[in-house]
Design a protein around this ligand. Structure first.
Ligand SMILES: NC(=O)c1ccc[n+]([C@@H]2O[C@H](COP(=O)([O-])OP(=O)(O)OC[C@H]3O[C@@H](n4cnc5c(N)ncnc54)[C@H](OP(=O)(O)O)[C@@H]3O)[C@@H](O)[C@H]2O)c1
Length: 332
């Protein structure tokens, strides 16, 4: 099967995804069109890829040039656009999160894709980033794991998203990302990956507590996860502070600890202490390789989707825990 992929959206993620598609272009997949409301931005990406530009997904579908789409638009639009694509018989690659508030919407999209025999892959790019791979590779050496900690500084994250307007002041961010209605809650929109990493390293999450202290245009808060087996992990986010890392993760166990931060690591096990730099990884390429393996039947696509749904369920439960200010069990 060859996926002829139409890019829906021409922003930050669409560019990274389009470049990954070009890197891996083969008999299995290639970029075939771009749609964006902005002919300038969309046209430039289409030109870069050597494919036609369309002003809307409807025009794209009517032209019959694609059998797959990559949905890379603000979070709030994912459910509607993914459903529309599946109903048109398109295979779908959607940037995370598949749904924002109602977990059942995500389940129903998965069921729709399965009923129609269509691929539905959600980008879980940070599963493949160098820091998190290093954690996974070394967790066995750490003995019994008892602590996981992640800190993310949102000023820096904002600068990723503020394509047009980042002024160094979070409040000056010119992006849909600062609009609650487009983004959804901070946990589901920004800590989806962190929660997934801790699920992969520590095992399934049983219960969550969270505090979202976002106020006056400054986002800050904490998520606490209790994993099966009793280990606890926490994710904290806030404004960039002098000397604070952008995205740092620490995992400790009975035999040692690992610290990773943007491609640098410190591993301390027994009396041994190593530190160094990790080779850069294009997470969008790695995530796309997973889709190719799914298409070739070398990877269990249903298991990938089930894991994605579970991650969404934990993430949404954390969002609810923050809203209700209580500890919640994650439903099975
Ligand atoms: N996996 C990752 O590491 C990662 C990283 C970044 C983002 N993401 C995900 O990728 C998605 C897009 O984020 P981004 O950073 O690429 O955002 P972005 O740079 O702002 O791009 C968003 C795109 O969606 C289009 N769009 C905006 N509002 C729209 C509307 N109302 N109707 C139709 N299209 C609309 C935009 O406009 P035009 O139609 O004008 O082109 C633009 O092309 C998000 O879901 C985000 O969570 C994933």
């Amino acid at each position: 099967m060859e996926l002829r992929i139409g890019m829906v959206g021409a922003g930050y993620a669409a560019h990274l995804r389009a470049r990954a598609i070009r890197t891996l272009a083969s008999d299995q997949l290639r970029a075939a069109a771009v749609t964006s409301r902005d002919p300038g931005r969309g046209g430039r990406l289409a030109e870069e890829l050597g494919v036609p530009y369309f002003a809307s997904p409807e025009q794209l579908y009517a032209a019959g040039k694609v059998n797959a789409v990559c949905i890379a638009v603000p979070n709030r639009l994912h459910v509607r656009m993914v459903r529309q694509a599946l109903e048109r018989g398109m295979h779908v690659l959607c940037e995370y999160p598949l749904a924002l508030e109602d977990y059942r919407q995500a389940e129903s999209l998965v069921r729709l894709a399965e009923r129609r025999g269509l691929a539905l892959h959600v980008g879980q790019t940070m599963n493949y980033d160098a820091d998190h791979r290093f954690l996974l590779e070394h967790r066995e050496e750490l003995g019994r794991l008892y602590l996981g900690y992640k800190y993310m500084s949102f000023g820096a994250l904002g600068s990723w998203y503020a394509q047009d307007g980042f002024s160094g002041d979070y409040r000056g961010l010119g992006s849909w990302y600062v609009e609650d209605h487009a983004r959804g809650g901070w946990i589901v929109s920004s800590h989806y990956h962190g929660i997934q990493i801790f699920r992969r390293v520590f095992g399934e999450v049983e219960s969550v507590a969270a505090l979202d202290s976002t106020a006056d245009g400054v986002s800050a808060g904490s998520v606490l996860l209790r994993h099966r087996g009793g280990a606890g992990t926490s994710i904290q986010w806030g404004m960039p502070m002098q000397g604070q890392p952008f995205n740092k993760t620490i995992v400790s166990g009975s035999e040692g600890s690992v610290e990773v931060e943007s491609g640098r690591y410190v591993l301390a096990v027994g009396g041994r202490r190593e530190q160094g730099e990790l080779p850069a990884v294009d997470t969008f390429v790695e995530d796309l390789k997973v889709l190719v393996e799914e298409l070739e039947g070398r990877r269990d696509a249903a298991a990938e989707r089930a894991d994605m749904l579970r991650n969404l369920r934990v993430t949404m439960t954390a969002e609810r825990a923050a809203a209700e200010r209580r500890v919640l069990k994650v439903a099975d």
